[in-house]
Write a protein that binds this ligand. Structure first.
Ligand SMILES: [Zn+2]
Length: 118
């Protein structure tokens, strides 16, 4: 299954759950709800990223992930994140220990930064 197929399936699921049930009439809103409440990690990738270039960047980024300052685990990158106050960020590094570092840097900028630091 390619990314477009998966994306269409996700849109269908979001439509059934949030539009057909009457919760919203807006597909963007439905997708946002689906993403926040229902999407698996596998499903989140095509929802966040429509450009294959960004997907490739993320794959490359996985190799160079920074580690958590507190517990030394490898951090996970999330895109289009909101903090608890509702402020939006381009990216955030999230650790399994609960530490989150929000950033204005895009995935592409992070890749450049991390490659420079190698
Ligand atoms: Zn940690």
């Amino acid at each position: 299954m390619n990314q477009n197929d998966l994306r269409n399936i996700i849109i269908d699921k979001a439509r059934i759950k949030y539009i057909d049930s009457g919760i919203t009439k807006n597909i963007t809103e439905a997708l946002k709800n689906y993403l926040e409440n229902d999407a698996t990690e596998e499903e989140q990738i095509p929802l966040f990223i429509s450009k294959p270039e960004i997907y490739r960047l993320k794959e490359r980024l996985k190799i160079n992930r920074p580690r958590c300052e507190e517990c030394n685990s490898e951090l996970q990158m999330e895109e289009n994140v909101r903090d608890f106050a509702g402020k939006g960020y381009a990216t955030a590094w999230i650790c399994k220990c609960g530490r989150i570092e929000y950033s204005e840097n895009t995935v592409k900028e992070w890749l450049e930064i991390l490659n420079e630091n190698r």
